[in-house]
Design a protein around this ligand. Structure first.
Ligand SMILES: CCCCCCCCCCCCCCCCCC(=O)SCCNC(=O)CCNC(=O)[C@H](O)C(C)(C)COP(=O)(O)OP(=O)(O)OC[C@H]1O[C@@H](n2cnc3c(N)ncnc32)[C@H](O)[C@@H]1OP(=O)(O)O
Ligand SMILES: NC(=O)C1=CN([C@@H]2O[C@H](COP(=O)(O)OP(=O)(O)OC[C@H]3O[C@@H](n4cnc5c(N)ncnc54)[C@H](OP(=O)(O)O)[C@@H]3O)[C@@H](O)[C@H]2O)C=CC1
Length: 515
């Protein structure tokens, strides 16, 4: 049987979401580990004033591609950008491009999605469900298609505690919902959204569940596979440890904690933190593409791509390792010394939000105002609170995923493929991974230089001195206000001081006796 690189040799691959976090890693890995792949057609839209071509050229200059660039400087010749806006009819692909794609594509990887938790339902439906439907229709016209791999999420069914590798009945028939919201104005859709999503936390997980159902409906006509990653984090090994390029999921939380902004968050110390490195997800995705095309399973196989059941790690442990990593490798210009704590108690969390977030932000903004500058800290904290509020659902509870298909797939690989497309998370050393993850946020998200670490440490020392000075001034102030002005406070103060004095005298007397 063909190995994975042998299988992809000479194949044309279509990728959606190639400019995104996971899409980029998929493109890089395919080019590097399957060098004989024929062409990668990537659907890209113009964005933020940049043309499609400019975006693709910028993407290829990215640090992520350093290794493949070194091994094959002409790698870009295999990338064929196709202009496409997925929310438009026919995915707004030109007729000539449709003809080109239907004539040559062998495998489709569908990664594009909106992953925002606060996305209005209409837009989330448009991108996560309707675009998936349209892509499936396009795939059906492809004459040489061998596999269609859809990237879902392990949280598509987060309203269940135990999640098997099956497609669960959808909360509503997607077609009916699409037809209904089509005629409604945005206000009505917004009003009925909480009722529709029911026990799911957001429109993202809801529409991803509907998308799975849409994919399942085509399983008789197409050879499909569904990958369900949990919380995708920085790379573990490839192309180098710690690569990450965004603030999504835990990355934004880590950065906010490393900058000393985030000091408290609601999370369950003992709940499993189901993080999965991006390179693991991509290796599994490529292996699943190979398996689906070569073995042609009768029904769509679902792969729960998770770590919790195999190599569990908990939020409490994450907190500990993130904090110690940022103390060793501090971020530049931290607001305060990194010291974040997680708690599952709502009231304790609210207390710390007041004392450790809002109060320092108020003081800092006051300071900025006094210096004639625009206050900004309260605004930053308001945005942070909005973001962490949306994440807390995932950090406060446990899920149990069955990942038998992941193990089955591993068993199907040759020893060589198992090494090249490693997704064996039993080998993952969490403390080392978290250390590289934190360094990755510093280097690749914030673009900070590792050589500036001594200056960052110096800055933390300065912050520590400011804190000591502030605390001393606070004590003196309290003493002035309460002790010096009230007779009762003075009496208590003298009582405490005399008690300490008596204790010291007793201690000195007893130590003289023993000598
Ligand atoms: C040490 C302590 C240890 C603690 C342990 C606890 C950790 C818990 C972590 C739990 C993670 C759970 C994730 C669950 C994932 C489900 C898996 C998936 O399928 S799906 C994948 C998961 N999907 C997601 O994670 C999507 C979640 N994100 C969203 O839905 C939205 O971004 C938003 C609603 C949070 C903010 O919307 P909006 O107000 O419109 O703002 P914009 O979007 O326009 O961004 C504004 C600025 O903020 C930046 N920034 C963004 N996020 C964060 C952050 N978390 N933080 C900080 N910053 C963040 C952003 O880069 C931007 O910067 P700039 O360009 O201005 O410089
Ligand atoms: N990140 C995570 O933790 C997890 C992600 N997933 C799933 O993995 C997949 C990839 O996620 P990730 O890479 O993190 O997401 P990103 O947000 O980084 O990437 C999304 C991709 O979709 C593209 N896209 C979005 N809207 C459109 C549009 N209207 N037309 C064309 N392209 C569009 C984006 O293109 P553009 O650059 O133009 O915006 C981008 O390439 C998603 O399906 C997600 O549900 C699953 C579990 C966890």
């Amino acid at each position: 049987m063909a190995s994975i690189p042998e299988y992809y040799a000479g194949k044309s691959v279509l990728i959606t979401g190639a400019t995104g976090f996971m899409g980029k890693v998929l493109v890089e890995k395919l080019l590097r580990s399957c060098p004989d792949v024929k062409a990668l057609y990537i659907l890209v839209r113009p964005k933020a004033g940049q043309s499609m071509k400019q975006r693709v050229s910028d993407m290829m200059k990215c640090k992520l591609f350093d290794r493949v660039r070194e091994e094959n400087p002409d790698f870009h010749q295999k990338i064929v950008p196709i202009s496409s806006e997925l929310t438009q009819p026919g995915l707004s692909i030109s007729a000539a491009d449709v003809e080109r794609l239907t004539g040559c594509v062998n495998i489709v990887f569908h990664c594009a999605a909106t992953i925002r938790f606060d996305e209005p339902l209409k837009h989330a439906l448009q991108l996560n469900v309707i675009a998936t439907q349209q892509l499936l229709s396009l795939a059906q016209q492809m004459h040489h298609l061998e596999a269609f791999i859809h990237i879902s999420t392990a949280y598509a069914n987060c309203n269940r505690r135990h999640i098997d590798e099956i497609i669960y009945p959808p909360p509503v028939e997607p077609k009916k919902l699409i037809e209904s919201v089509e005629w409604m104005d945005d206000g009505i859709v917004r009003d009925i959204t909480p009722r529709l999503i029911g026990d799911r936390p957001n429109t993202y997980t809801y529409t991803k569940a509907l998308a799975e159902c849409v994919v399942q409906q085509e399983q008789d006509k197409l050879n499909v596979g569904i990958i369900r990653p949990s919380i995708v984090g920085a790379s573990w090994q490839e192309p180098f440890p710690g690569w990450i390029d965004n603030f999504n999921g835990p990355s934004g939380v880590f950065i906010a904690a490393g900058k000393g902004i985030l000091r408290t968050m609601r999370a369950n110390n003992d709940a499993v933190a189901d993080l999965i490195p991006v390179d693991v997800v991509i290796n599994l995705t490529l292996a699943a593409g190979w398996y689906t095309a070569v073995h042609r399973p009768k029904t769509a196989l679902v792969y729960n791509c998770t770590t919790g059941g195999i190599n569990p790690f908990h939020w409490g442990e994450i907190e500990h390792h993130v904090m110690s990593s940022f103390k060793r490798n501090p971020l530049e210009q931290a607001f305060r010394r990194p010291n974040a704590n997680i708690t599952s108690n709502y009231l304790i969390n609210q207390y710390w939000i007041l004392v450790s977030h809002k109060f320092p932000a108020f003081i800092y903004d006051l300071f900025l105002r006094l210096c004639g500058q625009k206050p900004q800290m309260m605004r930053i904290f308001n945005r942070l609170h909005k973001a962490i509020h949306l994440l807390e659902y995932f950090s406060s509870q446990d899920w149990e995923w069955n990942s038998e298909n992941m193990s089955m797939l591993m068993g199907q690989l040759s020893p060589e493929d198992r090494k090249t497309f490693n997704f064996d998370v039993r080998q993952l050393n969490w403390p080392e991974y978290i250390e590289n993850y934190c360094i990755g946020t510093k280097k690749y998200v914030l673009n900070e230089d590792m050589s500036d670490i001594p200056a960052a440490r110096q800055h933390l020392r300065k912050l520590r001195n400011i804190r000591y000075t502030f605390n001393t001034l606070l004590v003196v102030f309290i003493w002035r206000v309460f002790i010096a002005r009230s007779q009762m406070a003075r009496n208590i103060w003298y009582f405490v001081v005399s008690l300490c004095f008596k204790f010291l005298s007793y201690f000195r007397a007893s130590s003289t006796l023993t000598n």
